[in-house]
Design a binder for this molecule. Structure first.
Ligand SMILES: [Fe+2]
Length: 236
């Protein structure tokens, strides 16, 4: 039975605000640097996505929202997290990895599925850093990380009314069998674009992701899985 988040353990508003939590601020600044100084590779669509992400992130930082004290959750794939961080610290996204390491005991790892396929339950989970449910509250932007065990296939899916970018932090992966992405690479999935992820054989893969979309959609993403089981709630 998958270890699904317990709905009877609600997140609670904290007395702390974002600026009272430097480790979360520094992690968000790593996202800001990523979307501010990273290249768009000449793509107007990626350039405008980068701007949307950093503008929305800047607004959150300026608002200094109350932190949400979400219950800590772990998943089996988190057994690979230390290796992913170790590899990531040797590669292009080392600043992001170091900032992530400082909040690693405060993460809520989840599946985003009511019924996660059995094989995937051992090999995948994601955690949100910023979004409608916190820990840093934002309405039109979600930022987080997704972790895959070695040799994982994440089923084909798409996102309605959501622009999604993945940036490689650690490990190697492919989307739709089209390319191999190394740490620092970014890929944009526009609304409705079907995508399927596979990861390398020997090491875990850690991706940072951003979702930009309307508030009502980020609150209930209604992800469309092309696989037999439908997604419910969030997911990457
Ligand atoms: Fe996705």
């Amino acid at each position: 039975m998958p270890d699904l988040p317990n709905p009877e353990t609600p997140a609670e508003a904290s007395a702390l605000r974002l600026m009272d939590c430097p480790n979360w601020v520094y992690l968000l600044r790593e996202f800001d640097a990523l979307y501010r100084y990273g290249s768009a590779g000449g793509s107007p669509a990626i350039r405008s996505h980068r701007k949307r992400v950093r503008d929305r992130l800047s607004a959150v930082l300026a608002a200094n929202p109350a932190m949400v004290d979400r219950p800590r959750e772990t998943k089996p794939v988190v057994a690979h997290f230390a290796r992913a961080l170790d590899l990531g610290e040797r590669a292009a996204m080392q600043g992001m990895v170091r900032a992530l390491r400082e909040v690693k005991d405060d993460l809520t790892w989840e599946y985003g599925y009511e019924k996660v396929p059995k094989a995937l339950a051992q090999k995948y989970a994601y955690c949100e850093v910023l979004g409608p449910r916190g820990p840093v509250q934002g309405t039109t932007l979600t930022l987080g990380f997704v972790l895959f065990a070695p040799n994982t296939t994440y089923p084909q899916h798409s996102h309605h009314d959501i622009e999604e970018s993945y940036t490689s932090v650690s490990g190697a992966w492919s989307e739709n069998n089209a390319a191999v992405f190394a740490p620092g690479s970014l890929i944009l999935n526009t609304s409705g674009h079907e995508h399927r992820i596979t990861t390398g054989d020997r090491d875990p893969c850690l991706l940072a992701y951003a979702w930009a979309g309307p508030a009502e959609r980020l609150a209930t993403p209604d992800m469309k899985l092309t696989a037999p089981r439908r997604a419910r709630g969030a997911g990457v």
